[in-house]
Design a binder for this molecule. Structure first.
Ligand SMILES: Nc1ncnc2c1ncn2[C@@H]1O[C@H](COP(=O)(O)OP(=O)(O)OP(=O)(O)O)[C@@H](O)[C@H]1O
Length: 593
């Protein structure tokens, strides 16, 4: 029920933008419904007219007065009602198709915009495939249901209300008889629908997990091949697939029961109406024609009465998928946005110093990762973060540009808490070169100017030169205009790293964070990356997460992290003299190098 209410709110949020079209289609649907529910009364009247005509015609004295004119008139009205109904429904369906296309289009854009505003935490804790499933299967389910079911739902509701009004207008007792089976029908329907909705919810979540698994296995294909895990991968897939199959089957069975059940109830209801109608006709003081007409009209109503219920139940699995889709898409919509201060301060430069002051941080409540980390960096200095895996180096980086916010303590630029800066200004001045660089579809030039799309070609080339990748780009047949998504252009990890360094150089950040690549690159590329990093670091305040210590010997300060605590801090010679953890790490690495 909560799902239904939330889905209603979700749909209304988008439909109300197209209220005029929506209103027009509702008006047309009301007109069509009026025609549908009025038609049986004209049928009844035609029967009465015909009976009267036959009675007069069979009576010699009255035969001269017998005329078919009223019967013909009623019949023409009856036919006209169906023509108007057909036209009104056709136009309503055209308008609704347009409303659906536009509102689902807006939903897709809304979801994508939301993804761009959300906190990194969401992406860290949800699998890519599951996020993708919300764009694909969930939004498709919403679109299909709106396209095919919206008209039916509106029509069913209008028809139901219209029918009640007309029935009670015609004959109150017979109206109650027609409605007699409703409570038991509703109880049965609610029970089956509840069972189906549980299964359909499960089905969509299982599909999300299956997509997550496929995504993971496709991305990690090389790891699978090198470890000979293809068979295990298929087994894993079969496990997830079996879950989807099972929940889809359960959902289909429960949804499938609903329609035959309602058909059965409709037949039962018609039988009740015929039985009571005949009894009522025989025992009442109606003329034969009126009694006959009453039974025919209410048998017609009894069938119409269940029609809205049946059309809703036949669409039930589609509607349930759309309700579940709305829940899953709305779940994303409800996620908190990144926190941007109301009157954020502008950030133009780090003039003096950057300070990480007694920072405590946990990704998950109760599981602290950083326990009181303090680092002070003067403008233009280079700080290297070293430490065993899982010691918290990346976490410090995540806090510096507010991927996450500290639990306590503060990070300040020239004494101003970074949480007080305008978020976009902060991000603009904190450049990050990630371990695993990402290229986007477009040309190499587009990729280098990704952070500053208006940069001139001269600046792009200059950045590429500083990043030691210009010669390579020039050697390509299309140079800077080479499409990176082209199947012909597959770049090595080192080349991607260099392009990503060029991209960062172009944005000219005040603070630079380099997550040193751990991937194995050849020694020539390694030297190029090192030179590019030296270029980009030159004169800039920078944090380097170092895995190979020989790359950070010149750092102004080396900070050694272990289990989220700083255990040593100083320059390379100072730390060697201390002969502690760093010295041991260094000597061990030197042996291997
Ligand atoms: N998004 C997250 N949610 C929960 N815990 C996380 C998350 N990211 C990292 N952690 C945990 O935080 C701790 C520190 O991780 P972090 O990535 O900062 O280490 P690191 O020093 O950069 O390691 P490495 O050298 O392997 O990259 C680890 O125990 C890790 O499991």
């Amino acid at each position: 029920m909560t799902d239904l209410r939330n889905a209603g709110k979700y749909y209304w949020h988008y439909l109300k933008r197209y209220w005029f079209g929506f209103l027009m289609s509702i008006i047309l649907i009301v007109i069509a419904t009026w025609c549908i529910v009025m038609a049986p009364t004209y049928l009844g009247r035609a029967i009465e007219d015909l009976t009267q005509y036959l009675q007069q015609w069979t009576n010699q004295a009255m035969r001269a007065k017998a005329t078919l004119q009223p019967f013909n008139q009623t019949l023409v009205t009856y036919i006209l009602l169906y023509i108007v109904e057909a036209i009104a429904l056709f136009v309503a369906s055209l308008i609704l198709a347009r409303v659906t296309a536009y509102s689902t289009g807006t939903m897709r854009v809304g979801l994508f915009r939301k993804l761009q505003r959300m906190r990194v935490q969401y992406f860290d804790t949800h699998r890519d495939g599951d996020i993708l499933a919300r764009f694909t299967s969930d939004l498709d389910n919403i679109f299909n249901a709106m396209n095919q079911a919206l008209l039916e739902i509106l029509l069913a509701v209008a028809q139901f209300v219209g029918l009640l009004i007309v029935m009670f207008n015609q004959n109150v007792t017979m109206a109650w008889v027609t409605m007699a089976s409703t409570p038991i029908t509703l109880i049965l329907a609610a029970w089956v629908m509840h069972k189906a909705s549980v299964a359909v919810n499960q089905q969509q979540d299982d599909i999300g997990q299956l997509n997550g698994y496929i995504n993971e296995q496709v991305t990690g294909q090389k790891v699978l091949i090198t470890n000979g895990l293809q068979q295990d991968s298929v087994k894993g897939f079969q496990k997830y697939n079996a879950k989807v199959r099972q929940s889809a089957l359960t959902g289909q069975i429960w949804s499938g029961i609903l329609n035959p059940l309602m058909q059965g109830m409709s037949l039962l209801n018609t039988a009740i109406v015929i039985f009571f109608g005949s009894w009522f006709a025989l025992n009442g003081n109606l003329s034969t024609g009126a009694a006959l007409a009453l039974v025919v009209v209410f048998v017609n109503y009894a069938q119409q009465y269940y029609q809205p219920i049946m059309s809703l139940t036949s669409l039930y699995s589609m509607i349930q998928l759309a309700i579940t889709g709305a829940r899953r898409v709305d779940e994303v919509r409800q996620q908190p946005d990144e926190v941007n201060p109301a009157d954020g301060r502008a950030l133009t430069a780090i003039e003096d110093e950057l300070k990480i002051d007694d920072v405590h941080f946990s990704y998950l409540p109760g599981k602290e990762i950083l326990h009181g980390v303090s680092i002070q960096v003067k403008r233009g200095e280079m700080v290297a973060l070293v430490g065993p895996t899982g010691s918290g180096k990346t976490t410090v980086m995540n806090l510096l540009n507010r991927f996450y916010d500290v639990d306590s303590g503060a990070i300040t630029f020239d004494g101003v808490n970074i949480q007080d800066f305008e978020l976009s200004a902060l991000r603009q001045h904190v450049g990050i070169v990630l371990q695993d660089p990402q290229l986007f579809s477009g040309t190499i030039a587009d990729n280098i100017r990704y952070g500053e799309p208006t940069a001139t070609m001269d600046r792009v080339i200059d950045a590429a030169k500083q990043a030691n990748i210009h010669d390579f780009i020039e050697s390509l047949p299309d140079g800077y205009q080479t499409q990176v998504s082209d199947e012909q252009s597959v770049f090595s990890a080192g080349q991607k790293q260099l392009m990503s360094i060029a991209r960062t150089i172009l944005t000219n950040p005040q603070l630079l964070i380099l997550d040193e690549a751990t991937s194995n690159v050849d020694t020539v590329t390694e030297a190029k990356i090192q030179a590019a990093m030296d270029n980009v670091i030159q004169g800039r305040t920078s944090f380097v997460i170092a895995h190979r210590l020989k790359t950070i010997l010149n750092a102004d300060k080396i900070v050694v992290l272990k289990e989220g605590r700083i255990i040593e801090q100083g320059s390379h010679p100072e730390l060697l003299a201390e002969d502690g953890f760093y010295a041991e790490l260094y000597h061990n690495q030197m042996v291997f190098d």
